[in-house]
Design a protein around this ligand. Structure first.
Ligand code: APR
Length: 236
């Protein structure tokens, strides 16, 4: 790495929050906290059993109060604040708020956020830290019973794709941390970044499904690998 101008895009996944005690998606025999992913993360699953899905996300939202950012979140936030040679754009697939709580000044949530709820009638999105109850009314249109988590489920359109592809095209360095590379379009960001000329670095406990596309691999826990990489990027 030399000292010329160099924009960085970081993509994070569930592995970055694992050391904070947030369950990854594919860590327990394909189950997410005991559920098939398609039962709790698809519009069809929600239509089949809305109470189950609301309860599932209510528990995930409440669990955020019991976890704290770890060394990987803090290192990424430090890089965003201290890096002088270009932009550091953080894109996360995670729906938790640990990047924000560790001090990241900018976070793009490509799969939505647990602390936001969306009205399926008027489409307004509001910050929300409590349970979604059956009669909860939308703060914008006052309609009761039409709120859902503002989470991107399978089959739905991920958020902020135009902005992300602009940043990938302008990046000289692309770093993926703690993601299995199984879910597109995020899994394909490395391909786009490489096509546009970025140097690509994967940081994960194990090689991901798109590992072969990366120029460089750092295998290990995010809480160790990310701070070391950030130290190196800030030193140059
Ligand atoms: N440090 C680094 N990597 C880790 C750690 C850790 N401490 N713990 C686990 N990992 C790695 C795993 O080896 C795995 O490759 O993190 C990856 C997590 O993979 P997934 O559980 O598949 O999570 P992610 O890639 O974020 O999932 C993508 O899938 O279900 C959807 O919308 C959901 O955003 C999610 C998307």
């Amino acid at each position: 790495m030399n000292s010329t101008r160099s924009n960085i895009v970081i993509l994070t996944g569930a592995g970055v929050s694992a050391e904070s005690g947030v369950a990854t998606f594919r860590g327990a025999g394909g189950l997410w906290e005991g559920h098939l992913i398609e039962d709790v993360a698809s519009p069809e699953g929600f239509a089949r059993d809305p109470a189950l899905v609301q309860k599932f996300y209510n528990l995930r939202r409440a669990a955020l109060r019991t976890v704290e950012p770890n060394a990987a979140h803090r290192a990424i936030a430090r890089l965003q604040r201290e890096y002088q040679r270009g932009r550091v754009t953080l894109v996360t697939q995670n729906v938790d708020d640990l990047h924000e709580r560790s001090g990241s000044p900018q976070v793009i949530h490509v799969h939505g956020e647990l602390l936001k709820i969306r009205c399926t009638r008027c489409h307004a999105v509001h910050h929300w830290t409590e349970d979604i109850t059956p009669n909860l009314a939308c703060a914008s249109c006052q309609t009761a019973g039409r709120l859902r988590p503002d989470i991107v489920w399978f089959g739905e359109m991920p958020y902020h794709m135009d902005a992300i592809y602009d940043e990938l095209a302008a990046a000289q360095v692309f770093i993926a941390i703690g993601t299995s590379g199984k879910v597109y379009p995020a899994a394909g960001f490395v391909i786009e970044a490489a096509r546009c000329g970025a140097r690509t670095i994967e940081c994960n406990l194990e090689p991901s499904d798109v590992s072969s596309v990366f120029d460089e691999h750092r295998i290990g826990p995010a809480g160790v690998i990310a701070p070391a990489l950030v130290d190196q990027l800030l030193r140059v």
